[in-house]
Design a protein around this ligand. Sequence first.
Ligand code: HEC
Length: 192
Amino acid sequence: MSDHKTLVTVQSPLYFTIVSGFWMAFLAIIGLNIVGGFVMPTEKPALETFAYPIEVPEVAASADSGAPVERVDIRPLILAANVDDGKSVFRKCQSCHTIEAGGKNGTGPNLHNMVGNTIGDHNGFKTSESLKAIGGNWDYDKLDQYLENPKKLAPKGTMSFAGLKKPKERANVIKFLMANTGNPPPVDAPAQ
Ligand code: HEC
């Protein structure tokens, strides 16, 4: 009849567990506040000073493009790059692109004379609006960003390519594109 066995009575182990649980939580919060109060003022500047040394020195903000993302400056890597290595990297592009003068457009446009030239305006290829919207010319910085991740610069672009994650690979393939461009702009010119 009676439910007294299931009631939480003062004597029951369950009651003890609940009450001591509350107390432990309470004391823990008080304790953290006290410790926190002492530690915070000294720890904040310590954290700030710690934040500076871990900046990666090779990463330079692209001041000229005003891009908020810090990027590796690809230009020194292009200067040091190797055309033959770039030709090997270009195998990843060949299923969609030809490179020789007058080469046919495939899934993607022919890439002859691409470096430094107008973005999305090549040899009668039907370019996506998203790619055209980038605007300007293929300077080295834009090419680098596009080849790293085509969807980042042209979110609705039609180049279904995951991108070249290694800066060195991008530098090499850009060198190869330069070798197949009549008059590529100087590599040390500022981004447009
Ligand atoms: C799966 C096919 C495919 C692969 C692989 C591919 N591309 Fe493309 N690429 C395209 C297509 C399609 C476009 C046109 C994009 C658009 O209009 O949005 C394009 C556009 C480009 C453009 C811009 C052309 C312009 O008219 O301004 C460049 C530069 C380019 N690709 C370079 C490369 C390089 C370098 C590689 C290899 C690392 C590569 N692509 C791999 C399909 C591909």
